[in-house]
Design a protein around this ligand. Sequence first.
Ligand code: FES
Length: 186
Amino acid sequence: MSNSRRRFLHYAIGSSLGTVALGWLADFSSQAQALDLDQFCLRYPYNSRCVSYLPGTVAVDPAGNAYSVSTLLAQHTAGDRVIAEGLEKPAFIVITDGPVIAPYGLSAVCTHLGCIVDWNGEAFVCPCHGSRYDALGQVTRGPAPKALALITVATNDDRVGLLDQPPAEDPRELEREVGGAHPTCV
Ligand code: FES
């Protein structure tokens, strides 16, 4: 191989690797910025950077259509739990007094062996081995070993976002603090 061809190949390979690395870095950086903006806008939703930003992934119905705040509140009443996709596994959006969409939701994944629980209007029921959870996802009948995981639900304008992380305030703690029914749950 001639020297000029060898130099050309070195240049071509080096430049391709550089492009891939730059692309990866740009992708990583935009993901990191998105993550930061998620946390920032959850904490400071009225900041100018967050005016049109929806934290998390868009919540969609089982048919894949994006939920809107207005539709959810028109079709549901306080106390309802609405199944939503968007995260790796399904979760429930919680409608509370107002009605409004609660800033928390519940994973639909049973903590026994991972089946998807159903909401029957009063409790979450696992179709696999019969575990039951109350409206806040706390176990009322085993074999589930622990409560359904809490997630964060964000809204912006008419959009609904889901984040696979605990909410800023734990509704179960609030329930324990008031010593009975959760103030925003019926
Ligand atoms: S997987 Fe839910 S009770 Fe077993």
